[in-house]
Structure formats: structure tokens, C-alpha cells
Write a protein that binds this ligand. Structure first.
Ligand code: B1M
Length: 211
């Protein structure tokens, strides 16, 4: 029998194959995908983050845990995203310039897709002008910016400025661990949310208000 504690141990150890097997087994045991994500993968990543902060583990260990987390979330994706939902709107989503963290961004993408958005994944380390270009090219209603580092947060401001300067009418939403509503207000973004599920709800609300 698979359980969430064993999954957390495998993820913290960066055991990709074990994480795949355990996530598959938990799904087969009808454990909800959201529970596997929150109480298994995200809980384990939270612990890795704490240990990283205390210098008990270093970048290589964090990287292998992140790889294992990706492998797990890929298996969860079909269960988190509703099948066959017609795209109601388009969103461009990326991590801002200088920032390579993509796990949160990928979760936001999953939740947006689950809410019926067609999502253009701009990737990581995205230049401000690139967000504007992609939004224009895909006629996006929403642009989502993610940042995990206090040093890359200012690049959210430059991305907002580039999008506005290009005259792109998309709503800009922002998030990531160090980001706050106050920061959102300060840089003139259209909305902030603390987690991926709320980001999708926020995007839906903003698009509905555009009609
Ligand atoms: Co980095 N890292 N990291 N890291 N890393 C943090 C962020 C850090 C807090 C660790 C720490 O010190 N405790 C710290 C930042 C400190 C700071 O600036 N305040 C840090 C540091 C310092 C660094 C380096 C500088 C380390 C170094 O090289 N010395 C370096 C920077 C590299 C770069 O980006 N240029 C670095 C590198 C890395 C790895 C490459 C090893 C790896 C990333 C792998 C990858 O993403 N593919 C990594 C990881 C994994 C982490 C931690 C441990 C986990 C991040 C994560 O994926 N969390 C992290 C510590 C921590 O957060 N506990 C840490 C899980 C993820 C689901 O959460 O991304 O927050 P998160 O997303 C959340 C919300 O924030 C929100 O939704 C998600 C949940 O639902 N959200 C949004 C995210 N984006 C959103 C957008 C929205 C709305 C909500 O709207 C658009």
C-alpha cells in the first residue's frame, strides 16, 4: 500500500522512479490528486525548502527533489485538469527574467488549463518584451508572471511596463512566494494571488469583467 509519507520521503530523496510508482499507486487507490499534490509533493518541497534555508541541503539536492516533483505533477496533471474543456480565453504564463524557478509556474498553468484557458507557456527567465510579444501574438486576455526571488521581483515591474508600453490590452496577474498584494498595487499589475488555484480563479474573474 502506498502512502503520502512514503511519497514525501521519495520526493525529498529525489527518487524519480519511486515518485512515479507511488503517485500511480495512490491514484489507483483513489486518493484525490489534489491531496497527493498538497499533502505529498508540495509538503515535501516545503520541507526541502526549509532545509535549504538552514544550509542542511544544497542546490543539487533541491534540484533532484524538484525533478522528482515534476515527475509527480506530470502524472497528476490529467487528474487536475478537466478533460475536454473548451478554451474560454488565452493566457501567457512565465517566470520573469533572471528567475529559473518553474514549479509554481507550471502549477499555475495546470490550474488555468483546468479552468478552461488555453495557455502559452513562455518558460523561465523571460524578458519583459517577450511577455508583450507573446500576448500580442496569441491575443491573450491574461499574462501571468511568476517570481520566486526577491532579486527578480523588480523584473515583474519591467514586464508590466513593457506590456503596457506595447499597448497590449491583457490583464497582468502576478504571484510567487515573495510577492504580495502591496507589491502588485505598487507596480500597477491587475491582480495578485498566493497560490495556483486562486490564480486561476482571479484570471477567470478578470476575463469575465472584460466582457
Ligand atoms: Co531556489 N530559492 N534558488 N531553487 N528554491 C528559493 C525560492 C528560496 C526561498 C530558498 C531559501 O532560501 N529558503 C531562495 C529565495 C530567497 C529569496 O530570494 N527570498 C532560493 C534561492 C536563494 C535560490 C538560488 C539563488 C540558490 C543559489 O544558487 N544559491 C538559485 C536561483 C536560481 C535562479 O532562479 N536564477 C535557486 C535555484 C533553485 C533550484 C534550481 C535548485 C530549484 C528550482 C528548480 C525548478 O524550479 N525547476 C530551487 C527550488 C526548488 C527552491 C525551493 C526549495 C522550492 C521552490 C518551489 O518549487 N516550491 C524554494 C524554497 C521554498 O519555496 N520553500 C527556493 C514549490 C512551488 C509549488 O511553490 O513556486 O512558491 P512556488 O509556487 C506557489 C506560489 O508561490 C504560487 O503558486 C504556487 C502554489 O500553488 N505562485 C503563483 C507561483 N507563481 C505564481 C504566479 C501567480 C500566482 C501564484 O500568478 C501569475
Amino acid at each position: 500500500m502506498a502512502d503520502l509519507e512514503t511519497l514525501k520521503v521519495a520526493m525529498k530523496g529525489g527518487k524519480v522512479a519511486d515518485v512515479r510508482t507511488l503517485v500511480g499507486a495512490l491514484l489507483a487507490e483513489n486518493v484525490a490528486a489534489q491531496e497527493i499534490l498538497n499533502d505529498g509533493l508540495l509538503a515535501a518541497m516545503g520541507e526541502v525548502g526549509q532545509r535549504f534555508k538552514r544550509n542542511e541541503v544544497f542546490v543539487p539536492e533541491v534540484l533532484v527533489a524538484a525533478r522528482a516533483m515534476k515527475a509527480g505533477t506530470e502524472l497528476l496533471k490529467p487528474h487536475l485538469v478537466q478533460a475536454g474543456v473548451q478554451a474560454a480565453a488565452t493566457a501567457v504564463m512565465g517566470t520573469v527574467r533572471g528567475d529559473l524557478h518553474d514549479i509554481g509556474k507550471n502549477l499555475v498553468i495546470m490550474m488555468l488549463e483546468g479552468s478552461g484557458f488555453a495557455v502559452v507557456d513562455a518558460g523561465v527567465d523571460v524578458a519583459p518584451e517577450r511577455f508583450a510579444e507573446l500576448a500580442r501574438e496569441h491575443r491573450a486576455q491574461v499574462v501571468g508572471l511568476s517570481a520566486l526571488l526577491t532579486t527578480t521581483m523588480p523584473n515583474m515591474r519591467t514586464a508590466v511596463e513593457a506590456i503596457r508600453a506595447a499597448g497590449v490590452p491583457a490583464k497582468v496577474i502576478i504571484g510567487g512566494a515573495p510577492v504580495t498584494q502591496e507589491y502588485c498595487d505598487a507596480i500597477g499589475a491587475d491582480g495578485y494571488s498566493a497560490d495556483a488555484a486562486s490564480a486561476a480563479e482571479l484570471a477567470k474573474r478578470l476575463v469575465a469583467a472584460m466582457d
